[in-house]
Design a protein around this ligand. Structure first.
Ligand SMILES: NC(=O)C1=CN([C@@H]2O[C@H](COP(=O)(O)OP(=O)(O)OC[C@H]3O[C@@H](n4cnc5c(N)ncnc54)[C@H](OP(=O)(O)O)[C@@H]3O)[C@@H](O)[C@H]2O)C=CC1
Ligand SMILES: O=C1O[C@H](COP(=O)(O)O)[C@@H](O)[C@H](O)[C@H]1O
Length: 490
C-alpha cells in the first residue's frame, strides 16, 4: 500500500462507447469526482462522437439521482481512434499535452483498456511508439479481463505489455477484488483471533464458494460462446476468492507481501488430470426454464448469436484441493453459472462437527457451525451457532449472529470499480493481480481444459432458473457433503 493523496490524472479511456464503460466506469468516475478527485478523461473508440454527444452518452449512463453533472461532464473529451492504426495514437499527443497543461495534471496518466482482449497488446505497443506513455508524471495501465485465453497466450500478452510498461505500472483488474466484502475477508481472518485459530483442516469441514447469476449471455454472446464459465469466472474471480480464504497471514500488508501469500495458495491447488476431472468438475449448460415469477426463459442454444450446436459451458461446479499443511483434505467447492435461480455471491465456511455432545438428546440434529460471508447483493456476515432452546425441552436450536455491512456508513460506500480506480490513482496495486497470480491460475484452468478435451466431457443440462445440473449436487454427495441453499441476511 502507498500514500493516499489524490493526485490529478489524465485518463485515456479506450472502449469509451462500450458496455462496461457505460454500465460501470462513468458512474465510478462520477463518485470519484464527488470525492474531489481531480481528473480529465479522453474517451476513445472508433464510432463518431463530438465532445457534446459523448457527454450526452455519459450523462445517460449516470444514475438518475446524480446531481451537479455539468462540471463533471465538462472534464470529458472524445477522440476517434482505431487501435489498429498507429497514426490515431500519434494524433492524440498534442491534445493530451494540452489537457495536461489546461488542468495541471502533472503528466500523470492512466490508460484504461476497456477493450476486447485481442486489442490489449497492440494498444500497449502503440502507446509506447506514439510517445503517449512517455510522460513527465507517472503512467499506469489498467487492463481488463480476460488476460489471455490460456497460459501460453497470457504469457505472450504479458511480454507485449512489458515492452511498454513495467510490471509495477500494470494494473490487471479483477473487479471482485474491489468489492467491499471481498476486501473484508482478510480483515475478518487476520484481525480476529477466534477465526484464525480454527481456520484450518482440524476445524473446517469444507468451503463453498457460489457466484450465481440470473442473467443469460445478453449482448455478449460472441465473447461468451468462445469463453464459457470456466474462463469467464473461475480463472479469475473464483480463484481470487479461493486464495483470499486460503492464504496464510501476510507478514505485512504491503502489496507484494499479500500477493506472495496468494501465489503460494495457487501453487498448492492440485491440478486436474484426465483421470480425476470427471469426478471433480461438472460442466453445465442451461436449457429453457422459468424465473421464480414464472416468466419463460430461453435455453442457451436458442440465444441470439449462439450456435445451435454449441458445447460451451454456462455452469461449472468443482471440488478443489489445496495441498498444503493448513488445508490438506479440505475440499473447496465452487460453483458459478448463468441463468441460475438467484443472483448471489457468497462463501460458506462449514466447520466440523463435535466428536460427541453429551448434553442434548437431539444431538443428531445439531447443525454444523457455519460462517457465511455475503458478498453480493447482501453484504455482511453471519455465524450460525446452536444454543439451548428456552425451557426444559433439552433441545438445541440454531441461531444466527449477523453483521450487515449495508447498514453502516452508507455515504462512504464505494462500488468495486470506483475503489479500484481510486487505488490505481494512489498507486496501490494490492487489489489487482500480479502476473504470477494470473499465470498460476491459468495453469490450473489449462489442466481442466486439457482434461475435458481428452475425455471429451459433455455438458450436463440444467433448466434455466435452477441452481445447476443434478450432477452438481451429486459432486458433493459423493464426498458426504451438500450445497447449502443460498442464504440471506434476513
Ligand atoms: N461488459 C462487462 O460486463 C464486462 C466486461 N469486461 C471486459 O471489459 C472489456 C470491454 O468489454 P465491453 O465494454 O463489454 O465490450 P464492448 O464490446 O461493449 O465494447 C468494446 C469497446 O471497444 C471499442 N472498440 C472496438 N474495436 C475497436 C478498435 N479497433 N479500435 C478502438 N476501439 C475499438 C468499441 O467502440 P467502437 O465500436 O466505437 O470502436 C467499444 O467502445 C473486455 O475486455 C471485457 O472482457 C470485464 C468484466 C465485465
Ligand atoms: O467478469 C464478469 O463478471 C460478471 C459478474 O460480475 P458481478 O459483479 O455482477 O457479480 C459476469 O456477468 C460476466 O460474465 C463476467 O465477465
Amino acid at each position: 500500500m502507498t500514500e493516499t493523496t489524490k493526485e490529478p490524472v489524465l485518463i485515456f479511456l479506450f472502449g469509451a462507447t462500450g458496455d462496461l464503460a457505460r454500465r460501470k466506469l462513468y458512474s465510478a468516475l462520477y463518485r470519484l469526482y464527488k470525492k474531489d478527485q481531480d481528473f480529465a478523461v479522453i474517451g476513445l473508440a472508433r464510432r463518431a462522437h463530438t465532445d457534446a454527444t459523448f457527454r450526452d452518452l455519459i450523462n445517460d449512463s449516470l444514475p438518475s439521482e446524480a446531481g451537479q453533472r455539468k462540471h463533471f461532464l465538462e472534464r470529458f473529451y472524445y477522440r476517434r481512434l482505431d487501435i489498429t492504426r498507429p497514426e490515431s495514437f500519434v494524433q492524440l499527443k498534442n491534445f493530451s499535452d494540452e489537457l495536461d497543461e489546461r488542468y495541471q495534471l502533472h503528466g500523470n496518466r492512466i490508460f484504461y483498456l476497456s477493450l476486447a482482449p485481442a486489442h490489449f497488446g497492440l494498444a500497449a505497443k502503440h502507446l509506447k511508439e506514439s510517445g503517449l506513455a512517455t510522460t513527465p508524471g507517472w503512467k499506469r495501465l489498467i487492463i481488463e479481463k480476460p488476460f489471455g485465453h490460456d497460459l501460453q497466450s497470457s504469457k505472450e500478452l504479458n511480454e507485449s505489455l512489458l515492452h511498454a510498461f513495467n510490471e509495477n505500472e500494470i494494473y490487471r483488474i479483477d473487479h471482485y477484488l474491489g468489492k467491499e466484502m471481498v476486501q473484508n475477508i482478510e480483515v475478518l481472518r487476520f484481525a480476529n483471533p477466534i477465526f484464525e485459530a480454527v481456520w484450518n483442516r482440524r476445524y473446517i469441514s469444507n468451503v463453498q464458494i457460489t457466484l450465481s447469476e440470473t442473467l443469460g449471455v445478453g449482448e455478449r454472446a460472441n465473447y461468451y460462446d468462445q469463453t464459457g464459465a470456466l474462463l469467464d469466472m473461475v480463472q479469475n474471480h473464483i480463484m481470487q476468492l479461493l486464495t483470499l480464504v486460503a492464504m496464510e497471514p501476510p507478514t505485512r500488508l504491503e502489496t507484494d507481501d499479500v500477493r506472495y501469500e496468494k501465489v503460494k495458495v495457487l501453487k498448492a491447488v492440485r491440478p486436474m488430470n484426465e483421470n480425476n476431472v470427471v469426478e471433480q468438475i461438472v460442466r453445465g449448460q442451461y436449457t429453457r426454464g422459468m424465473t421464480p415469477e414464472r416468466k419463460k426463459l430461453r435455453g442457451y442454444l436458442d440465444e441470439e448469436n449462439i450456435s445451435s450446436a454449441s458445447d460451451t459451458e454456462t455452469f461449472v461446479a468443482a471440488r478443489f484441493l489445496i495441498d498444503n499443511y493448513r488445508w490438506s483434505g479440505v475440499p473447496f467447492y465452487v460453483r458459478t453459472g448463468k441463468r441460475m435461480a438467484e443472483k448471489s455471491t457468497q462463501i460458506v465456511i462449514q466447520f466440523k462437527k463435535l466428536p460427541k455432545n453429551p448434553y442434548f438428546h437431539n444431538v443428531n440434529h445439531v447443525g454444523p457451525n457455519l460462517l457465511v460471508i455475503y458478498i453480493s447483493p447482501d453484504e455482511g456476515l453471519s455465524l450460525k451457532l446452536n444454543v439451548k432452546e428456552t425451557g426444559e425441552t433439552g433441545n438445541t436450536i440454531p441461531i444466527s449472529m449477523k453483521f450487515r455491512n449495508n447498514e453502516l456508513a452508507m455515504e462512504n460506500m464505494q462500488d468495486a470499480y470506483e475503489r479500484l480506480m481510486a487505488d490505481c490513482i494512489k498507486g496501490d496495486s494490492t487489489n489487482f493481480t500480479r502476473w504470477d497470480e494470473v499465470a498460476y491460475s491459468w495453469e490450473i484452468v489449462d489442466s481442466i481444459v486439457d482434461s475435458w478435451k481428452k475425455r471429451r466431457v459433455p455438458v450436463d443440462y440444467y433448466e434455466a432458473g435452477t441452481m445447476g445440473p443434478t450432477s452438481s449436487d451429486e459432486l458433493l454427495e459423493k464426498y458426504g457433503h451438500r450445497w447449502w441453499p443460498l442464504m440471506h441476511m434476513e
